[in-house]
Write a protein that binds this ligand. Sequence first.
Ligand SMILES: Nc1ncnc2c1ncn2[C@@H]1O[C@H](COP(=O)(O)OS(=O)(=O)O)[C@@H](OP(=O)(O)O)[C@H]1O
Length: 317
Amino acid sequence: MKRCKILEIEIQNLKLSENLVVFEEQKQIPERESRKILSNDEPLIFVGGIPRSGTTLMRAILDAHPNVRCGGETMMIPNFLSWQASWRKSDWANNTGITRKVMDDAVSAFMMEIIAKHGEMADRLCNKDPYTALWLPTLQRLYPNSKFILMIRDARAIIHSMIERKVPVVGYNISDEKQMFRNWNTEIRKMTTQCMMAGGNCLKVYYERLIQRPKDEIERICQFLDIEFDERMLKHEEFIGVEVALSSQEFSASQVKNSINNEPLTSWFDCFDMELLSKLDRLAPFLKLLGYDTESDKPSYDYFASDDFFEFRSVYS
Ligand SMILES: Nc1ncnc2c1ncn2[C@@H]1O[C@H](COP(=O)(O)OS(=O)(=O)O)[C@@H](OP(=O)(O)O)[C@H]1O
């Protein structure tokens, strides 16, 4: 990476405004009132995608809705999903009477407790841990009434953000940009395929459209989630510390505290070598498939804001 605008580095340099909720030591968090385990029929909302795709902004917008609570990342749900899957593969499970149904009931109850009790109670509970987007079929089976929002963003912006903001993401080697693009391609292929297979229960949200046409996109999202649009969702930043809990430990806290803005669209311009950019269609063919202009090193994102954006999308995009 070269000639880059220096982005604010996450965590270390965070300058948090006073109304940010900064979670103190674990022991100082008051115990949540004890509640019954919720049924797995709850219409949960999941927000996921590749990290740096605008997932925190998306969940903050939802948190600003009076009937929805996402809260911060649990940091454990995707790991737990991966762990429970590895147990299912072992012989141990076959010889103990722990059937798939027993395991499903236990896993869904465990995750529901975490999702419900790590924040305030709300009519619609939501979880934002980016890599749940690799587990859509499992989540659909465990929570049949759940809905998934898949955030999609230009891989060049994502990789630039990981490198410049020094955000460590497992699977992305910041000293090998080609590897990062290849990994993005593998992950987004899996996520978009699973989203497509989830039919009407998964909605793809393009970051570039969300920040350019926020009202239209938020209304579309509300329709998908079957909740009423609320004007507060357009000014999430005013509710930080009230409806929108934001921890200093979240990698995007320093940006999410701002109103929705277009600045991150172009912050990656002039940062990659032309030689690398010229190989993008081979390294990350999904970028073009999803509608991004891979010909230009300074693409326009007007297309994502256009009125007919949804009319000519391919089955994948
Ligand atoms: N208010 C607002 N307006 C416009 N864009 C915003 C906003 N809040 C967050 N963001 C951008 O979201 C990017 C971080 O994405 P994620 O939240 O998915 O990252 S992470 O999962 O927490 O690592 C990150 O992108 P980069 O700026 O390119 O790093 C943020 O700028």
